[in-house]
Design a protein around this ligand. Structure first.
Ligand SMILES: Nc1ncnc2c1ncn2[C@@H]1O[C@H](COP(=O)(O)OP(=O)(O)OP(=O)(O)O)[C@@H](O)[C@H]1O
Ligand SMILES: [Mg+2]
Length: 224
């Protein structure tokens, strides 16, 4: 049984009188531990598809089965739990809370964990070091560069030991060298911890590094 199964997933958006078919009949199986890249033109449905896999956006029709659970058949609480514990998200735009420091932003996903206070602070510091921000632990997002903010968001995605990372252009605003470092970090985590990666990227260089490459074209998906 695949870890993630998409069964004829469709997503349409209504904008005024227009209907946009953002995802069009996607059927896909993803095994645990795969490192998948998704490329495709702007507007081809990549972010929409990632959001559907991440439990953030329900499809118009079709099913998303993760570890044998039809996630959009779950009640709201269980779906939130799925998002919080199973999925680590890195969005196209950094989503840090401006009033919190880097470390506090990392602790945010752990606040609802029952075992609260157990080593999360230490883990947050370790994760920030992993992305080269050991000297920025107490900085607020406004005191960080765009690329540094992005790295905080990357470190945060791993805080709850997710099974699946969905990443939307995670290296979009990083220089080439940092981009390569982040990619090495991802590949290392993928190998060591068996976390599944689904990475949307415009960079064909980065896409090549994946173990499986997909392309989206007008809502449809194809293997490369
Ligand atoms: N909330 C929304 N309401 C209406 N239309 C939307 C919404 N979100 C996305 N769309 C439309 O759905 C289509 C797919 O958008 P999506 O954001 O998934 O594309 P994308 O492949 O991620 O593009 P990009 O590479 O520019 O990020 C586009 O035509 C977009 O305009
Ligand atoms: Mg997008």
């Amino acid at each position: 049984m695949a870890q993630i199964e998409l069964l004829d997933v469709n997503k349409t958006y209504a904008v005024g009188n227009n209907v946009v078919k953002a995802v069009d009949g996607v059927t896909l199986e993803i095994e645990k531990g795969e490192f998948i890249s998704i490329v495709g033109h702007s507007g081809s449905g990549k972010t929409t598809l990632l959001s559907i896999i991440g439990g953030i956006l329900s499809p118009s029709t079709g099913r998303v089965v993760v570890d044998n659970t039809d996630i959009y058949a779950l009640d709201e609480d269980r779906l939130s739990e799925y998002r919080a514990l199973k999925i680590g998200c890195i969005f196209q735009f950094s989503s840090l809370l401006p009033v919190l420091t880097a470390k506090e932003n990392l602790l945010l996903p752990t606040v609802f964990r029952p075992e609260k206070g157990n080593g999360f602070e230490k883990k947050a510091v370790e994760h920030l070091a992993l992305v080269g921000l050991e000297d920025k632990i107490d900085a607020h997002p406004s005191q960080l560069s765009g690329g540094q903010q992005r790295r905080v968001a990357i470190a945060r995605a791993f805080m709850n030991d997710p099974d699946i990372i969905i990443a939307d252009e995670p290296t979009g605003d990083l220089d080439e060298e940092t981009e390569a470092e982040v990619m090495e970090l991802f590949k290392g985590i993928n190998r060591q911890r068996g976390i599944t990666f689904i990475l949307v990227t415009h960079s064909s260089e980065l896409a090549k590094d994946a173990t499986r490459r997909l392309r989206m074209t007008r809502g449809r998906i194809q293997e490369l």
